[in-house]
Structure formats: C-alpha cells, structure tokens
Design a protein around this ligand. Structure first.
Ligand SMILES: *[C@@H]1O[C@H](CO)[C@@H](O)[C@H](O)[C@H]1NC(C)=O
Ligand SMILES: *[C@@H]1O[C@H](CO)[C@@H](O)[C@H](O)[C@H]1NC(C)=O
Ligand SMILES: *[C@@H]1O[C@H](CO)[C@@H](O)[C@H](O)[C@H]1NC(C)=O
Length: 243
C-alpha cells in the first residue's frame, strides 16, 4: 500500500511537470521572414509567469537575457508580423510535447503596440498602449487562442495597422493561462516586447490608449474567469484598434 502511494505520488509529480504550460515570446518574423532568435526582442531569461497585474513587470517582463538586442526591426504598415513563442527562453530546441506551450494551457493570446522615442531604451514605464490583435475563444470550435498558438507551432501572426505615424514602437505580445483564474491572483501572463520601427502608413489615426500596469485589474472579467463550461469569452484590455 505504501509503495502504491509512492508510485501514485511519482506519477502525479511527473504529470504536474508535464503540464508546465510556460511559454516565452523570443523571436519575430516579418512577412514570414524570421529575424532570428532574440533579435530585436527583450527575452526574459525565465519562462515563469507574471501574476501581479500591478507590477511594472507586466509591461515587458523582467530579467532579460543579456545583452539585450540593440536591433530595431523595420516593418512597413500593413506587414504581417509573427510573434514566435516557445516553451523556454532558448526558442525552438527540438521536439518537446510542451512546445510552444503545454496544450492543456487555455487562454487568450494578444498583441499591443506603443509608440516610444527609442525602441532600444530600457525605460518602458508611462507608455501608451493600444491593442492590435487578440485571439480569445471560438465558441463554435471551442478552441482558445492558446490552442491556435499550439497548432501554429508558437506563431501568432497579425497585421501592423496601416494608419500609424512612422516611428519607433514596442510590440507587446502576450499569452495568458487561465487554468486557475477563478480568483485573483490566478491568471498567468507570459509576454515579451519587440523593438520595431514602423513606416509607410498612408493615413494617420491616433489610437485610444491604455497603460500597463492599469489596463488589467483584479476584477477584469477576462482575467477572473473559469475555463470550464465557457460559452463566450472576451479577452481583457481595450477593443482592438482598427484604422
Ligand atoms: C496553467 O496554470 C495552472 C494553474 O496554475 C498550472 O498548473 C499549469 O501549469 C498551467 N497550465 C496548464 C494547466 O497546462
Ligand atoms: C521613464 O519614462 C517615464 C515617461 O516618460 C518618465 O515619467 C519616468 O521618469 C522615466 N523613468 C526613468 C527611471 O527614467
Ligand atoms: C513559424 O514561423 C517560423 C519563422 O517564420 C517558421 O520557420 C515556422 O515554419 C513557422 N511554423 C509554423 C508551424 O508555421
């Protein structure tokens, strides 16, 4: 009996390790062209989640792999940008059942931009963010954004709006694990920021903006929620900006 209990304990521990849903956004593609691992991306050295939505770490993560890239990725308004997520900070390192994240992870995937004087500056407080893309929950297929991220090998792709002023921007791409989010804290936030230079817009519209921290609260319905018996789900944060 004692042996059986030990065996059960080992099994449960192994299962818990396998369910490690952690993920890191560590590379960008532009129109399908890979810019390289950690090039123009501030990659956190740990794949641990941020759980405190009042922390400045919610902006772009923390404890970046050094030196942080000084590359700024050039994109043209309307280009398709892909944020590449993988299980660890190392990017894709070979077959891994939890790459790009453990498929039992359920939650939305989102992308934001903020104008910034210099995309390589370390200070990211006080930026004004707008959401350019989100993938929440499809009530017909019952798939979450995280399911699509898994099926797409970690690639979250979206278009850069065609009406933005030229200049430097940070791209904040985020995957949220809602598996134990029925109370706060509970939701787990995985994000990095990429350094972009955007040009080529043909029209100019100033997006409404939000701040981080601030855009998410401990009572936001998209953050305090159950993944079970979901009929519809609205991701946290503002509406997606459209030109
Ligand atoms: C998501 O969060 C749960 C609860 O903290 C955690 O056990 C798990 O590793 C994460 N992903 C899952 C359930 O795959
Ligand atoms: C960071 O930038 C914000 C906004 O421009 C500014 O208010 C703040 O003082 C800066 N912080 C540091 C440490 O420079
Ligand atoms: C994801 O993007 C990378 C880089 O552009 C590409 O090499 C890879 O084939 C893509 N994976 C899938 C499943 O589309």
């Amino acid at each position: 009996m004692i042996q059986a209990k030990n065996a059960l304990f080992i099994f449960v521990t192994a299962a818990a390790l396998l369910a490690d849903a952690r993920t890191v956004f560590s590379a960008v593609s532009v129109n399908g062209v890979d810019q390289g691992h950690a090039v123009g991306v501030r990659v956190p050295s740990s794949n641990a989640p941020i759980t405190d939505i009042e922390s400045d770490d919610l902006i772009c993560n923390t404890n970046f792999i050094q030196p942080v890239s000084d590359a700024i990725i050039s994109v043209v308004a309307g280009d398709t940008v892909t944020a590449q997520f993988h299980h660890t900070s190392a990017g894709y390192v070979g077959p891994d059942p939890s790459d790009p994240l453990d498929p039992t992870n359920k939650g939305p995937v989102l992308a934001y931009l903020a104008s910034i004087p210099d995309a390589t500056q370390s200070n990211v407080t006080g930026l004004e963010w707008f959401k350019i893309w989100e993938d929440g929950y499809d009530s017909v297929t019952h798939q979450w954004g995280s399911d699509h991220l898994f099926l797409n090998g970690g690639n979250a792709s979206f278009a850069i709006p065609t009406c933005l002023a030229s200049g430097n921007y940070l791209l904040r791409a985020e995957s949220i694990n809602l598996s134990s989010a029925t109370s706060y804290p509970g939701a787990q936030f995985f994000m990095s920021c990429a350094q972009l230079s955007i040009s080529g817009a043909t029209a100019f519209i100033s997006p409404a903006t939000v701040s981080f921290p601030g855009a998410y609260t401990s009572t936001s319905p998209g953050i305090v929620t159950s993944i079970f018996g979901v009929s519809s789900y609205t991701p946290p944060g503002p509406d997606v900006f459209a030109c």
